[in-house]
Write a protein that binds this ligand. Structure first.
Ligand code: GTP
Ligand code: NA
Ligand code: MG
Length: 301
């Protein structure tokens, strides 16, 4: 069913950049603008990921500390991001974590869109940002390259529409598609134990459609989906590709970046999760005995 009918899906976007360049502010500004414009009175619940709509097209933002999530997901080979927004403060320009972010995105083969932020500030120098990005082989359009760049102010909400348009343009080039009519698969974005609700895992569905009642394996955890909760805190009957959703009903908390998949039976789910837990225990034991070994070596030298 890998080659079943492919249908267009929203782009999945991660925000990256140097500390304090405005990643969180930008995400908040985009979400706020969208909530105010689109769903008057709607209270957006924070679930570590959310979707906005621009001209009737959806965009999925993964709202986690960019680096950690991106690195964890890349390390596990679970490519969840389609587009990286590189936030560069116009008053501070290119800094060490800006360069790190560029390297992460390039290594993962993810296209970059540059958001030159804080253009409201007196010290803002967007042209300097573009020139410095050249030195790291990020060629923005106005410098003869193909990387889209948008001057924004998260503080004043300037050009957020332009940024969303740039994302949709990039998404169109990528021609993102998935098959919604197959068993669901995806990636865990974050998970925690909640007092009233038990294990709550925020997942990104990447293939297929996830529904309550299905049996899911996520990392070394499993469970029957008791409920699906969307980014607005609403219970939903299904989650299609590129949709972030909270999964209730897992036995424990999988790790960020873990893959999840729907399986056909509880016995199969238990078998896979027990196998993975045993593997993890064996690995930990091997590490420990390795440490003991090198300690003994040191003592006898
Ligand atoms: P870390 O997550 O700590 O790496 O920071 P961040 O990149 O998420 O930056 P954050 O959104 O926390 O913003 C850092 C500071 O910059 C805060 O004081 C924001 O108010 C300020 N800031 C963010 N965007 C803008 C902007 O467009 N203009 C101005 N003037 N200040 C901004
Ligand atoms: Na900050
Ligand atoms: Mg932040």
């Amino acid at each position: 069913d890998e080659d079943g009918e492919l249908v267009s899906r929203p782009p999945v976007v991660t925000i990256m950049g140097h500390v304090d360049h405005g990643k969180t502010s930008l995400l908040d500004a985009i979400r706020h603008a969208n909530v105010v414009a689109g769903e008057a009175g709607g209270i957006t619940q924070h679930i570590g990921a959310y979707q906005v709509e621009q001209n009737g097209q959806k965009i999925t933002f993964i709202d986690t500390p960019g680096h950690a999530a991106f690195t964890a997901m890349r390390a596990r080979g679970a490519q969840a991001t389609d587009i990286a927004i590189l936030v560069v403060a116009a008053d501070d320009s290119v800094m060490p974590q800006t360069i790190e972010s560029i390297n992460h995105a390039k290594a993962a083969g993810v296209p970059i869109i540059v958001a030159i932020n804080k253009i409201d500030k007196h010290e803002a120098n967007p042209q300097k940002v573009r020139t410095e990005l050249l030195q790291h082989e990020v060629f923005v359009e106005s410098m003869g390259g193909e990387v889209l760049d948008v001057e924004v102010s998260a503080k004043n909400g300037t050009n957020l529409d332009k940024l969303l348009e740039a994302i949709l343009l990039q998404a169109e080039i990528l021609d993102l598609k998935a098959n919604p009519n197959r068993t669901a698969e995806g990636t865990v974005i974050e998970a925690q134990l909640d007092r009233g609700r038990g294990s709550v895992a925020t997942v990104l569905v990447q293939k297929g459609t996830l529904r309550p009642g299905q049996i899911v394996v996520a990392g070394d955890q499993w469970g029957r989906v008791r409920a699906l909760v969307n980014d607005k805190g609403e219970h939903v009957k299904e989650a299609t590709p590129a949709t972030p959703v909270e999964v209730l009903g897992l036995s424990g908390t999988p790790a960020a970046g873990d893959k999840f998949a729907v399986v056909e039976s509880e016995s199969r789910a238990r078998e896979i999760s027990e196998y993975r837990q045993r593997l993890a225990r064996d690995k930990a034991a091997a590490r420990q005995s390795g440490q003991r070994g090198s300690l003994e070596q040191m003592m006898t030298q």
